[in-house]
Design a protein around this ligand. Sequence first.
Ligand code: NAD
Ligand code: TYD
Length: 351
Amino acid sequence: MILVTGGAGFIGANFVLNWLASQSEPVVNVDKLTYAGNLNNLASLKGDSRHIFVHADIGDSDTISALLAQHKPRAILHFAAESHVDRSIHGPAAFIETNVNGTFRLLEATRAYWQSLDAEAKQSFRFLHVSTDEVYGSLEADDPPFSETTAYAPNSPYSASKAASDHLVRAYHHTYGMPTLTTNCSNNYGPYHFPEKLIPLVITNARAGKDLPIYGDGSQVRDWLFVSDHCAAIRRVLENGRVGETYNVGGWNEKTNLNVVHTICDLLDELKPKSAGSYRDQIRFVKDRPGHDKRYAIDARKLERELGWKPAETFETGLRKTVEWYLANDVWTDQVLSGEYKNWVELQYQS
Ligand code: NAD
Ligand code: TYD
């Protein structure tokens, strides 16, 4: 079996759902259920004995060690993290605690477990660390996209904490020979995306008749990847990636934020028209994010060359699927928008 951390969050839940849809190998899913973790994402697995959910913190070494000894996974896929840049600006401590200290403790528990395995299991074991392109910093308009050899230059507390975790994973391979793999992916979007991030925030605000906040002038560029394409890339790296290597994952879909928001509004105008006017009328330009990275872009050629991975969705097909999913899943959205989420919106979007 495999062990996944953070499998109740956006990408982790998509990964677990896709995994169990296509194979029988069971998944132990360890998640702390922070504000971003949501068991409703996994509701379709209710009663499925191949999914074992464990409510735990990756930093709880005793619990993690006991789980490893009990389930003996052949691989660990590490998704758990604090993941939102704006939250890291308001409160960086949680990012250091989970992304740096938590990853460190998880690596330590994994190292002890891995060293206890017999020679064959030891050789085939993998620790796959899921990371971000944000560790590379920000590009100018004419710069080539980030490759695996681009120097790290993280600019936010979030990206700095992810960079630290990437370095720890690298060191555990280099020093202890642990069979690690790291993926650095661009911005994801798709079903179960928590509506604090740009795409789901704009879809849910638009539907609720609220403002669509664009930081600064909306000219910043992100390279968008549909979440199931990211999950497919992770599976490919897990099975065939070269141990100790890092792989960049991206969609070849560079878009300005303004372009993304316009496209969402146009899709909503088509799929769920308002009685009068366009959703574009709800766009508002708001105060910029401090230290806002201008542009991210990923060169994913290594993954294509070595492992034959390419995204299946274009931005147009993936975004249409995403908008349709949100329109069809009001109950999920309403549940998420209650509670702690309201406090965040008040803190972040007060004028
Ligand atoms: P998310 O915030 O939606 O989910 C994170 C999950 O981790 C939640 O279920 C949360 O409960 C859990 N978690 C947090 N702290 C924990 C802890 N201490 N112990 C156990 N579980 C804990 O994040 P996401 O968008 O799904 O991102 C998943 C991973 O992918 C992260 O490592 C992130 O850095 C990386 N990533 C995200 C993107 C993106 O666009 N979202 C892009 C590239 C890489
Ligand atoms: P986000 O989804 O938070 O991802 P990241 O910061 O990790 O790239 O933001 C994507 C882009 O959208 C980023 O340039 C910031 C911008 N943005 C807005 O303009 N308005 C918003 O309300 C949010 C949440 C983000």
